[in-house]
Design a protein around this ligand. Structure first.
Ligand code: AMP
Length: 480
């Protein structure tokens, strides 16, 4: 897993570590089983964040909350869910792989403002967070944690408007970066997305046990499938969508310009989202299979079989196999029960970290010329170890195929792709990377091929991690 700790300049003097926010958000309104449905929705989106999880519910104008460190199944007991009363709730899973995980960073964040209680859950990353934080601190704000979401809470608090929507209208234009958020007040659920729409956010309806139609909002639609909700549409970039006590929904845009340019994160389709989700209105599974098919056309090779690097490489490997006509097989079996911590044994067990997760099948690989397909190659460290394991298991040749272009730039919008210095393709040629990872041949999908696989409209997407074109940037970030 990648490092997601980013040092950033604060006050021009200190360097402070902030965590990137690769998260899942969920919201539900008008369902007698609101907390239970939120729990299930977070469970379905565990892959988007494993550090902490939380739910805030609304009952008779009051908020009830439960947050904790760890996986969804560890954080909530049945009794916790029973305490989360009411017909509305929001939930959040937070991602962090390094640094000191803090409960203070766990979301949803809660606060009491002039206009009542608010709870907020955020997926994305604000690129002007440090500037705003310093400014707010100078004005006397006391921050509880280090996450950028708290900034919005302070901005809302500084506004004396009685109506939370008016507060939002004033605060949101100050934020720069990626945000897909859900906000729960004492009388409404609000979902909103930044004007470029970097991170996904979908709207759906769920038929409740008493026959009503609850509104549901989710980072990914795989959550809708689990709770029996129907996907309706995406919350659009720049849209503010609300549903109130009488069940009426309304929506508006802060600016008409918000509808023009978009920056949908292409990496959601490459790696981050679950393949059974619709993201930006497209099936992630279909995108990945198309990436694999395109890769087979761009980088064919004479070989005996195609194997995926599980799990994220599976759809692309299927596509590669279908297009090339080479048989598909599971040359590596993955252990699905790896916790976040395990006791590291002595160095005598080589490649332990990779082996505990990936076990190559020598009866499948022995004396075979293998095409190994993965979704992306970031630092090269895992890939190098996996290729070693494939050879130890008897593979005669290993042709490594990556269903994405070389990752050359860090992400400032919420995906943890490491600092530039850690990205192997930032400074090395494909041939140098091939030597480093120890493959017989190495090929990446072209940028054009990637866009073709996700509908052909390159303008819709942010692919800055692959093409260096950042649609939003703060000065200090160019140094990362
Ligand atoms: P490496 O060889 O160390 O670059 O690891 C490549 C693997 O990292 C691929 O299997 C990807 O699925 C996975 N990967 C890509 N991006 C991320 C990320 N942001 N966090 C964790 N793993 C990732």
């Amino acid at each position: 897993m990648m490092n997601c700790c980013r040092p950033m300049k604060l006050d021009g003097s200190k360097t402070l570590k902030t965590w990137t926010e690769e998260c899942a958000v969920f919201g539900i309104w008008g369902d007698p089983e609101a907390a239970q449905m939120t729990y299930l929705a977070l469970y379905a989106q565990q892959h988007r964040g494993q550090e902490s999880s939380g739910i805030v519910s609304l009952y008779e104008g009051q908020h009830f909350h439960h947050r904790g460190m760890g996986l969804v199944g560890e954080v909530f007991s049945p009794a916790d869910l029973d305490r989360l009363k009411g017909e509305a709730a929001i939930g959040h899973n937070r991602y962090s792989t390094t640094g000191q995980p803090l409960l203070a960073n766990a979301q949803p964040l809660t606060a009491h403002l002039l206009n009542g209680p608010v709870a907020l859950a955020h997926n994305g990353n604000l690129i002007n967070a440090e500037k705003l934080r310093v400014q707010l601190k100078k004005e006397g704000a006391i921050f509880q944690g280090t996450n950028d979401t708290e900034i919005l809470v302070h901005l809302l608090a500084r506004n004396s408007e009685a109506n939370i929507l008016s507060c939002l209208k004033q605060a949101l234009p100050l934020l720069k970066g990626a945000y897909s958020m859900v906000l729960l007040t004492h009388d409404q659920l609000i979902a909103f997305r930044d004007p470029l729409g970097f991170r996904p956010l979908s709207l759906g309806y769920r038929k409740t046990s008493d026959g009503r139609k609850a509104v549901v909002i989710s980072s990914e639609t795989c959550a809708f499938d689990l709770i029996g909700a129907e996907y309706v549409r995406d919350i659009e970039p720049g849209e503010i969508f609300c549903v109130n006590q009488s069940g009426e929904s309304s929506s508006f845009f802060l600016s008409e310009d918000d509808k023009k340019q978009t920056a949908f994160c292409v990496f959601e389709h490459v790696y981050f989202s679950r393949p059974d989700s619709l993201v930006f209105g497209r099936s992630v599974y279909e995108s990945r299979k198309k990436m694999g098919r395109q890769l087979a056309r761009e980088a064919p090779v004479d070989a005996d079989l195609v194997i995926p690097i599980p799990d994220s490489g599976v759809p692309a490997a299927l596509g590669y196999s279908e297009e090339s006509g080479l048989p598909f097989d599971l040359g590596i079996i993955r252990n699905h029960y790896i916790g976040r911590t395990f006791i590291q044994p002595s160095q005598s067990i080589r490649s332990f970290g990779v082996k505990i997760k990936h076990n190559p099948q020598s009866h499948i690989l022995k004396d075979k010329r293998v095409v190994a397909v993965d979704d992306s190659l970031v630092r090269g460290t895992t890939s190098k170890k996996i290729i070693q394991l494939l050879r130890q298991a008897g593979a005669k040749e290993v042709h490594f195929r990556i269903a994405a272009p070389p990752t050359t730039g860090p992400c400032y919008y919420g995906v943890d792709t490491s600092r530039r210095s850690k990205l192997i393709a930032a400074e090395r040629s494909v041939e140098e990377i091939r030597k480093y990872v120890g493959a017989d041949t190495l090929a990446y999908l072209s940028l054009e091929g990637l866009f073709a696989a996700v509908n052909g409209d390159a303008q819709q997407y942010c692919a800055a991690c692959f093409d260096g074109h950042y649609k939003l940037l703060e000065e200090e970030e160019t140094s990362l």
